[in-house]
Design a protein. Structure first.
Length: 365
C-alpha cells in the first residue's frame, strides 16, 4: 500500500484527512528558542529522538544551533535509524537487555559514538563481554532515579560501585551520569525552577560521590523540556534531553515560549445539533494517560468519545460547523501520536512545503 503524500505547493484545503501536519514557522521558532538559550552555555541540548523519530527534522535543530550535534533515543532500533540518517553522536537512555540487542548496540558503536545508560552490574558486565567479543567500545552513563520510580540507581553509593566496575572492565568506557524527571500539571516558572533543580541536584550528588573516589565524570545528562532553562544554570550539567519542545503538546502548553507545531488535520463527517463526528480516532491520535486532545480555536468543542477511526465531539452552544469542514486537533501525547504516522506534512502559510518520512516509527525493539 502506498503512503499518502500531498503534492508540494498544495494548499491545506487539498490535503486528505486525517493528516499529521507541522506548522513550520512554529517548529522553527521552537528551535530558535533552544539555539538562543544555549548559545553561550557550556550545557547544550541533546534532542530526544523518541518524540520526532525523523533524522531530517532533528538535523534542523542541529543546524539552527544550541545542540552538541547529537541526539538521544529510547531504543536501540531508534539509534540505528539515527545513525543511518547521518547523526553520529547517540545516547540510548534506556537499559539495553538481551544478547541480540546488546550485539546490535556493540556493532553500532563501530559506526558511531554510541553511549547507553546502565543501572546494575549484571547489565554492565554483559555489555562489556559483548563489546569485547565484537571489538568495539561502548560509552556508559549511570542512570539515576530522581523522581520517576522506574529504572535507575537509588543511592550515590550504588553509583560509585557501578562507576568503579565500569572503570575496571574492557570495551566499556565510563562517561558520566544521567537522569530524567517530570513535573505534574501546569507548572509556573517558579515551580519549574524549584522542582527541576531539586531533581537535578540528586543526579549531581551521584556525580560528586563518584568524583570523590577519583573517577572523572565527563557527562551529566539531565533535564528535559520543562527544565530546559533550569539545567544550563546549574553548574555541572553538560547536556539536556529535551524532546517535547520541538512540536509541543496540550499538557505542556504552560511553556508559553514554545508554540504548538504538531497538529492533526481532520474533517467533519457527520453531525447533529449537539455533536460532531470527525475522521480522526485512536489509530492516529492516541490518547493515553487521561490526556485528551482539543480542537484549535474552538473552546466550545470537547472530545466525548474516541474510537479507532473516528471521534465524537460535544458542542456547547450553537453548532456552526458543516459536514466536510476541516479543523485542526491540538495533540496530547506527542511521541505516541508520531509513532502512528508514516510522514509529517510541513506547512507554511497554508501551503505544503515539505513531506518528511518518519523512519523511526514502530521502532519497538
Amino acid at each position: 500500500m502506498q503512503t499518502y503524500r500531498p503534492n508540494l505547493g498544495a494548499t491545506i484545503d487539498l490535503i486528505e484527512t486525517p493528516s499529521l501536519l507541522i506548522d513550520l514557522e512554529s517548529m522553527e521558532s521552537n528551535f530558535s528558542v533552544i539555539a538562543e538559550t544555549y548559545s553561550n552555555t557550556t550545557c547544550k541540548m541533546r534532542q530526544h529522538a523518541k518524540n520526532i523519530k525523523c533524522p531530517d527534522i532533528l538535523w534542523r535543530q542541529i543546524e539552527i544551533g544550541g545542540t552538541l550535534n547529537g541526539v538521544c533515543t529510547a531504543k536501540i532500533s531508534e539509534a540505528e535509524v539515527m545513525v543511518e540518517g547521518g547523526i553520529r553522536d547517540i545516547l540510548v537512555t534506556s537499559e539495553i537487555v538481551g544478547e541480540d540487542k546488546q550485539k546490535r548496540l556493540a556493532y553500532l558503536a563501530k559506526r558511531a559514538d554510541v553511549k547507553v545508560c546502565i543501572d546494575n552490574k549484571a547489565n554492565l558486565n554483559a555489555l562489556s563481554f559483548v563489546a569485547q567479543e565484537i571489538g568495539s567500545e561502548i560509552g556508559v552513563l549511570i542512570e539515576v532515579d530522581t523522581s520517576m520510580g522506574r529504572a535507575g540507581i537509588r543511592t550515590p553509593e550504588q553509583g560509585v560501585e557501578l562507576a568503579k566496575l565500569a572503570e575496571s572492565l574492557a570495551s566499556v568506557k565510563f562517561l558520566g551520569v544521567m537522569s530524567h524527571q517530570t513535573v505534574d500539571g501546569f507548572a509556573d516558572k517558579e515551580t519549574r525552577f524549584i522542582e527541576g533543580k531539586r531533581y537535578i541536584d540528586k543526579c549531581l550528588e551521584v556525580k560528586t560521590a563518584i568524583e570523590d573516589h577519583g573517577i572523572e565524570v565527563a557527562i551529566v545528562s539531565s533535564g528535559e523540556t520543562f527544565s530546559y532553562d533550569v539545567a544550563p544554570q546549574i553548574e555541572g550539567v553538560t547536556e539536556v534531553e529535551g524532546g517535547t519542545y520541538a512540536l509541543m503538546s496540550g499538557p505542556t502548553k504552560y511553556m508559553e515560549e514554545f508554540s504548538l507545531a504538531g497538529k492533526v488535520l481532520t474533517t467533519v463527517i457527520d453531525m447533529t445539533e449537539s455533536e460532531i463526528v470527525i475522521d480522526a480516532g485512536l489509530r492516529c491520535l492516541g490518547g493515553p494517560l487521561g490526556s485528551t486532545p482539543t480542537i484549535e480555536g474552538q473552546d466550545n468543542l470537547g472530545f466525548s468519545e474516541m474510537q479507532d477511526s473516528y471521534s465524537v465531539l460535544t458542542v456547547e452552544g450553537k453548532n456552526i460547523f458543516e459536514i466536510g469542514q476541516t479543523m485542526l486537533i491540538c495533540t496530547s501525547q506527542q511521541d505516541i501520536l508520531v509513532n502512528r504516522w508514516d510522514n509529517f506534512i510541513g506547512v507554511r502559510d497554508g501551503v505544503v512545503e515539505v513531506v518528511w518520512d518518519i523512519p523511526a516509527r514502530g521502532c519497538h525493539h
